[in-house]
Design a protein. Structure first.
Length: 105
């Protein structure tokens, strides 16, 4: 059995966590409820800070990793992978939030 939560549940948890701490969260693109890839755009005061993606690691567990700082188009990604999710999180102290996401796995 996989330790991966369904994508819809993980997206909801991330959004509620950010909203509970006073931030803003929005689902920009909704993908497959169970198995869609998750991409999270981290924003601080409206400024893009980083983009994270949940990826399968070498030990077969899912971990958050930074995506390259290059242009990203949700519509282009959706054409290739209609199951993916894009979530935007506007948080205070974005770098700390990112470090916590990556270290938590």
């Amino acid at each position: 059995m996989s330790d991966r939560l369904p994508s819809s549940l993980e997206a909801a948890v991330l959004c509620r966590q950010v909203q509970a701490s006073g931030g803003f969260a929005a689902v920009v693109h909704r993908g497959d409820e169970d198995r869609g890839d998750l991409v999270v755009q981290i924003v601080e005061k409206g400024r893009n800070v980083a983009r994270l993606e949940r990826r399968l690691s070498q030990d077969f567990t899912y971990r958050w990793a930074r995506m390259p700082d290059e242009p990203f188009s949700a519509s282009d990604r959706a054409r290739i992978d209609p199951d993916f999710w894009l979530i935007e999180l506007d948080v205070a102290d974005a770098e700390r939030f990112i470090a916590e996401m990556i270290s938590a796995g």
